[in-house]
Design a protein around this ligand. Sequence first.
Ligand code: ADP
Ligand code: ADP
Length: 224
Amino acid sequence: MIEFRDIEIKYNDFIAVKNLNLKIAEGEFFTMLGPSGCGKTTTLRSLVGFVSPTHGSIHVNGKDITQLPVEKRDISMVFQSYALFPTLNVYENIAFGLKVKKMPKEQIEAEVAEIAQKVDLSQAQLRKKVSELSGGQQQRVAIARALVLKPSILVLDEPLSNLDASLRVQLRNELKSLQKKFGITTIYVTHDQEEALTLSDRIAVFNHGAVEQVGTPHEIYSQS
Ligand code: ADP
Ligand code: ADP
């Protein structure tokens, strides 16, 4: 379980997130929803370790991780902009984190093959340069690169918003079934209500740096 306890995050004097308390259950698909600038990404970054809260603490399975460095948190992140290595091929992009961990070559090959199949990337695509792929394929690679590390938490920041509408719906459905298959605790950031509604077990509605409402899609949408 993930717990945000009374989190405040400032950029200089500007309070980007305040009085934030959230509990996210193991295996849950949890979405942070709200307009641009309301503090979703900042909250997500505090979980991953890219920003430090100015107040409060973050706990994972009872352990306080607030001061832990990024690489010790067992969390993988997928960005809106994919953040892949453009000069490496797809295989090398997915394998990158496993190489850093010094996993043996044969095992890396097996892990990459398995994940590529799950996210629907072909053998031919594995040999392509990332720059030769479409946006949707690149985001599949980014998701594969995150999942191949078998993190206990997956976080995604607006992962579909650079894609055109039909691809967005297709990848959304794939993401949902992948999450179910892996049962991985997933935190998802979006400003898109329909995405939040379709994907989430629960949604936190953000406004001006604070959480206004937390509930299932049914609870959120029947009250508004
Ligand atoms: P969201 O993800 O909901 O769009 P963000 O968490 O990115 O919101 O931003 C929340 C607020 O904090 C915004 O007003 C934004 O301009 C500000 N902010 C974000 N990052 C920084 C930063 N590095 N320095 C200063 N202000 C920032
Ligand atoms: P998002 O769409 O996730 O909210 P943005 O496109 O707003 O992100 O921000 C892009 C980058 O600029 C991020 O690294 C964010 O932290 C930073 N940033 C956002 N707002 C500000 C700001 N007011 N001052 C400085 N950096 C900012």
